[in-house]
Write a protein that binds this ligand. Structure first.
Ligand SMILES: Nc1nc2c(c(=O)[nH]1)N[C@H]1C(S)=C(S)[C@@H](COP(=O)(O)OP(=O)(O)OC[C@H]3O[C@@H](n4cnc5c(=O)[nH]c(N)nc54)[C@H](O)[C@@H]3O)O[C@H]1N2
Ligand SMILES: Nc1nc2c(c(=O)[nH]1)N[C@H]1C(S)=C(S)[C@@H](COP(=O)(O)OP(=O)(O)OC[C@H]3O[C@@H](n4cnc5c(=O)[nH]c(N)nc54)[C@H](O)[C@@H]3O)O[C@H]1N2
Ligand SMILES: [Mo]
Length: 768
């Protein structure tokens, strides 16, 4: 917020879209109150407006996006369903979302944007249905206000977009952010200082933990996880492209050292393989537990019994485990689930073990922020009592387990016995970071930079997370704290280290013209140095090859991580580099790199939340997302549950409250959860500020205090009066300050990527 305020002082216009008038909204030049879960419809209307009124950056769209590429003739959208839908599996076959390919297997390019097959034409047709008036009927934001947002954003270039949970905790989470991407690509706002789309990541190291593969379907550095049909590395490359070969081999070298050799496929068989038909996200995991498919849960730094949607499922799952191990600072609700009032302890056989963990100030290590800055810190305090840093806990566990497996010849035990584990007698966090950064395996020396890693032949280098390559190459660069900013653009390149290769603004090639010179003289990031024949500048150049100039095919690529080398207005299914003649040995061909796919469609389409007060005006027959993963079995209807519940955090508590509800002064200023309602609704149900109310959903009910406020207002959805109820969610039955859990009410329904729809479900409310 500090930086937003500074931008405002310098004349930036601030736009806030939220169902509530928040503290942030109070700083805004423009505030729009939206019905939860309907962002895509007003964003679609803005896209339509940009296209209809030619407000896009023509040069950028032509050269730095896939606007001209021709889409397959089989691609369609009908009644809210894209081509390839299978109603049985609720999944799409994505082949028809591809390009028309030429004889060289490259996408055909249209002569002009008007070509009926071009991505640009598809985009135009798709969003022509999204008028300001339709968007008003669905979202509750007045049409004039949406137009004002569009005009303000289009005029104030470069504009940036910041987002977090209001956008992501929906069954259409990924597509909402895709809508942002389309707007920013059309306006030419990506790859530029002051532009971009910024995920404001939540937990202190959530960026770092996703980099390290917190998600069930990725390996460190966002490498695709091998699936059960990948018998060999070659099978894996057929699926995922040869781009990943170097990175997967480097990872296997980091994990298995000299036990990963060319002869044994670099230990590919040591990696577990996932079943792609099983969605293994965190929320789904508890249903697997309930079905008895999981014996042991090692729960580190998370309090799912409070934080998961429809949390009754969590209790049911934990009760079916043989063993639950919780590593946390406090004895959180999850660690004492059997003590919850109403639970029959005698029926539960789960053995529970608690590991007291050391807090952030009590250990060395790094935190990676939303700007990809890997920031090192030293321990400042000694851990209290028996508490230990997580690294020490994991290290002790691994060493003990390896001892127990000693001498085993069973192939399934090989990964444990073959692993390289050399972080010292007392494990050093710096050694872990160095492993992530990478070694020359022949000399055992650290690789100085990511360029040295990329130059090394396959198998010669190791990196525990290839995007972190070079972070400790020339000393511990993550520990740097120089705050000079010669560019004046907030790059701070000598403060810590940004992955990859200390580039501060990704895709900054797009900030230059076709001669490689900065388009905006006030915001120079990089440029082609004509005298020295090299890309140079104030930021690290995000280019394929620093020595390939703007007149070479490599030097033209603005979005080098995409298979087309350009930004994707239409997320096509496409694998680059497919050979024209298949391999002579009859094996399947290997391409280079697949495009990032959204399994719910190549362009964002508006769908209602799983529980919604109305049907979808665009296509009533396909109202909610056809690919949402609906886990809750109890789904409410608007006749019984007429109000929309949205949940959010409060400043005084953190997450599930494990730490903050044990801090007396925080409990004093934020003692209990509440339901925030409009004056209109309060009048309707006869409730005053401070009265107790019962809030109920199809899944449960809780009683909390009512806060009657101007921050929420009634609004019209398709002509009908509608209300949003807001509730914080950080309470549970344990701690110094117990309170009812809002997640008794929320619905477990997921975006295909796994994010629950915490921000929209249906409830009823009455005086208690
Ligand atoms: N003090 C404190 N700080 C925290 C945390 C904490 O618990 N306490 N948690 C951290 C974590 S883990 C995270 S992820 C971040 C989260 O940070 P935020 O994303 O800011 O968190 P929320 O308060 O959940 O929700 C943000 C806003 O989204 C709005 N909203 C709800 N539905 C919609 C919608 O459909 N559309 C739009 N446009 N807006 C909507 C809500 O009214 C709310 O104002 O905060 C981090 N920081
Ligand atoms: N209804 C609703 N539910 C939500 C959300 C919402 O907006 N609405 N937001 C969701 C979001 S964005 C998030 S991120 C989740 C958060 O949900 P959780 O991850 O379940 O909750 P936290 O409270 O952040 O859990 C962190 C735990 O780690 C412990 N801890 C802190 N430091 C350390 C350490 O160094 N080592 C170990 N071992 N433990 C440590 C803390 O004591 C705390 O208990 O909740 C989600 N749940
Ligand atoms: Mo979060």
């Amino acid at each position: 917020m500090r930086w937003i305020n500074r931008a405002k002082e310098k004349g930036a216009k601030i736009i806030v879209v939220d169902p509530r008038f928040t503290a942030t909204a109070s700083k805004a030049d423009l505030f729009a109150q939206i019905r939860p879960g309907t962002d895509i419809v007003y964003l679609g209307a803005i896209i339509n407006y940009i296209l209809e009124n030619k407000l896009f950056d023509r040069n950028y769209v032509l050269n730095y996006t896939n606007a001209l590429l021709k889409v397959s003739k089989d691609y369609k959208l009908e009644e809210g369903l894209f081509s390839g839908y299978d109603a049985k599996t609720r999944k799409y076959a994505v082949v028809s979302w591809g390009y028309q390919l030429g004889p060289d297997n490259k996408p055909l390019k249209a002569e002009s944007l008007e070509d009926q097959d071009s991505v640009f034409s598809k985009l135009k047709t798709h969003y022509s249905r999204y008028t300001f008036e339709t968007a008003e009927k669905i979202s509750g934001i007045p049409a004039a206000k949406i137009k004002e947002i569009a005009d303000t954003f289009c005029k104030g270039k470069p504009g940036t977009i910041l987002y977090a949970l209001g956008m992501t905790q929906h069954t259409t989470a990924t597509q909402g952010i895709r809508a942002y991407a389309i707007i920013q690509l059309l306006l030419g706002n990506i790859g530029k200082a002051g532009g971009g789309i910024n995920a404001l990541r939540g937990e202190p190291n959530v960026q770092g933990s996703t980099d390290m593969a917190n998600l069930y379907n990725s390996l460190p550095g966002y490498l695709p996880y091998p699936v059960n049909t990948d018998k060999t590395m070659r099978d894996y490359l057929v699926h995922n492209g040869s781009f990943y070969e170097k990175h997967l081999v480097a990872l296997l070298k980091a994990w298995f050292g000299e036990n990963a050799t060319k002869e044994n496929d670099y230990g590919f068989s040591y990696l577990p393989k996932i079943n792609p038909a099983v969605n293994g996200t965190f929320v789904k995991l508890f249903d697997m537990m309930e079905k008895g498919q999981v014996k042991l849960l090692f729960n580190v730094g998370s309090n799912p019994l409070v934080s998961q949607p429809n949390r009754q499922r969590v209790r049911a799952g934990l009760a079916k485990l043989d063993m639950l191990v919780v590593s946390d600072l406090f004895e959180i609700e999850t660690a004492q689930f059997w003590r919850e009032p109403g639970v029959k302890t005698a029926d539960i056989k789960t053995e529970v073990i608690m590991f007291p963990a050391a807090f952030v100030y009590e250990k060395d290590g790094t935190l990676t922020n939303s700007s990809r800055w890997i920031q090192w810190k030293d321990a400042a305090l000694k851990p209290l009592g028996e508490a230990k840093p997580d690294l020490e806990i994991v290290d002790a566990l691994f060493k003990k387990i390896r001892k127990l497996y000693a001498g085993s010849t069973d192939v399934k035990d090989a990964p444990i016995l073959q692993a390289r584990w050399d972080y010292g007698e007392e494990p050093s966090a710096l050694k872990v970071l160095q492993e992530l950064s990478g070694y020359d395996e022949a000399t055992g020396k650290l690789l100085p930079t990511i360029a040295d890693y990329l130059k090394a032949p396959i198998g010669a280098a190791s990196t525990g997370c290839w995007i972190y390559a070079g972070v400790t190459g020339n000393g511990n660069l993550a520990a740097r704290r120089k705050n000079a900013d010669p560019s004046g653009l907030g790059l701070f390149r000598d403060w810590s280290f940004a992955w990859p290769g200390n580039i501060r603004i990704l895709y900054n090639r797009a900030s230059c013209d076709d001669k490689g010179q900065p388009i905006d003289a006030k915001r120079k990031l990089i440029w082609w140095d004509i005298a020295k024949n090299v890309w140079t500048g104030d930021d690290g150049a995000d280019v394929v090859d620093k020595t390939k100039g703007p007149d070479t095919p490599e030097g033209k690529q603005s979005f080098r991580m995409n298979p087309e080398g350009v930004g994707r207005l239409f997320a096509a299914s496409y694998m680059s580099g497919m050979p024209v003649t298949p391999p002579a040995d009859g094996l399947p061909a290997i391409g280079v790199r697949p495009g990032g796919l959204c399994v719910d469609g190549p362009m964002p389409e508006f769908y209602e939340p799983t529980e919604s007060p109305t049907t979808n005006l665009l296509h009533p027959k396909v109202s909610g997302s056809p690919v949402a993963l609906v886990i809750s079995t109890l789904i409410g209807k608007s006749e019984e549950f007429p109000y929309v519940l949205t949940t959010y955090g409060v400043v005084e508590h953190f997450g599930a409250g494990g730490v903050t509800r044990n801090i007396p002064w925080l409990n004093e200023i934020m003692p209990e959860p509440f339901a925030e309602i409009s004056k209109n609704l309060a009048g309707k149900i006869g409730v005053k500020e401070g009265d107790m109310v019962e809030v109920s959903s199809a899944r449960g009910k809780i009683t909390v205090r009512a806060i009657v406020t101007d921050r929420l207002q009634s609004y019209k959805v398709n002509g009908k009066d509608t209300e949003t109820i807001g509730m914080p969610w950080s309470w549970g039955f344990a701690s110094l300050s117990p309170g009812p859990s809002t997640n008794d009410l929320t619905i477990a329904t997921l975006d295909p990527a796994g994010t629950p729809e915490y921000k929209a479900c249906l409830v009823n409310i009455r005086g208690a």
